[in-house]
Design a protein around this ligand. Structure first.
Ligand SMILES: [Zn+2]
Ligand SMILES: [Zn+2]
Length: 300
């Protein structure tokens, strides 16, 4: 039976992994950004500025914004080289050292992602649909941890917030990534993008080291609203999900799917006897259309 990460010690901590301030192209100062998240009930935040020469390669030092109940992870959105379709790479890196070196001469997206991994970061493919990354692009990044499956700023920018298609395609090819939902907040007053996509990380304590280790292990789920309290998956048998009131779906490779019957479910058992996918992911969707998503659960 699969019960990860609900079987892990500790509790869930809510955080945003992707945010910009006036250190790059955001509209609020770093201190104002931290305040927005503290006041919205978050436990932690990563400020991930655009790591570009034009902004002085900022790695935001957010340590002054930590309080006894709120912490920060050090990160950046890395840029280098060109994707297959000729766009500048966007790579999300959380858990970087403050002295992470600027982009090196000739460095491309995969190379800077590798350097971030070697530096100990949790590395995610940022918003693949937002700039139409190809499968080849994602594969070229190597063994990064996650694919950003929900990017809130893209929802009202180009209607491309949802990148689950890329993660499912990769999973069907046997490549194992976690998923993550983020705001990618810029705080443009005409396009409010804060507190719209986040992760709930299961960890014994709300400290940068503990959160980072849990993120790398995939011990979290993503949400744009609903809560998931427990998921138990018995391969080729059933899934048991406890959550805030919602519809509940199990999605797998190709067309494999299963769902609970009804709306407003808080405890549902779903039959998986005909669910022949090598992986399952759970979606919990509330009456407002907001969703929470498990990471892919590999069933062998
Ligand atoms: Zn980006
Ligand atoms: Zn961004």
């Amino acid at each position: 039976m699969h019960n990860f990460p609900f079987d892990q010690p500790g509790r869930f901590w809510r955080g945003n992994l992707h945010t910009h301030s006036t250190l790059s192209d955001g509209h609020l100062s770093p201190g104002q950004v931290a305040q927005v998240y503290r006041e919205n009930g978050y436990d932690f935040l990563a400020l991930t500025e655009h790591f570009l020469a034009s902004y002085g390669y900022p790695i935001a030092d957010t340590r002054p914004f930590r309080t006894p109940t709120f912490t920060t992870l050090i990160g950046a959105e890395l840029h280098a080289g060109q994707t297959e379709l000729g766009n500048l790479w966007h790579v999300l890196a959380v858990g970087l050292p403050l002295d992470f070196a600027p982009t090196l001469p000739g460095e491309d997206g995969p190379a800077i992602a590798r350097r971030a991994l070697d530096a100990g970061a949790f590395v995610a493919v940022a918003h693949p649909y937002w700039y139409t990354l190809t499968e080849g692009d994602v594969v070229s990044l190597g063994d990064v941890h996650a694919i950003e499956v929900y990017n809130a700023v893209s929802a009202d920018y180009n209607d491309r917030a949802d990148s689950w298609y890329m993660l499912d395609l990769m999973a069907m090819r046997g490549r194992r990534y976690s998923a993550c939902a983020t705001d990618d907040a810029h705080f443009n007053p005409n396009r409010w993008d804060a507190a719209r996509g986040w992760v709930w990380v299961k960890s014994a304590e709300n400290t940068p080291d503990a959160l980072l280790a849990a993120l790398k292990a995939g011990a979290y789920y993503s949400s744009t609203g609903p809560a998931i309290h427990d998921i138990q998956v018995y391969p080729r048998d059933k899934a048991i999900v406890r959550c805030s009131p919602a519809r509940v779906f199990v999605t797998g490779s190709q067309f494999y799917a299963a769902s609970g019957h009804g709306h407003g479910l808080t405890h549902v058992e779903i039959d998986l006897k005909n669910f022949a996918s090598p992986y399952a992911r759970i979606t919990v969707r509330d009456a407002l259309g907001r969703a929470a998503w498990s990471n892919p659960i590999w069933l062998e």
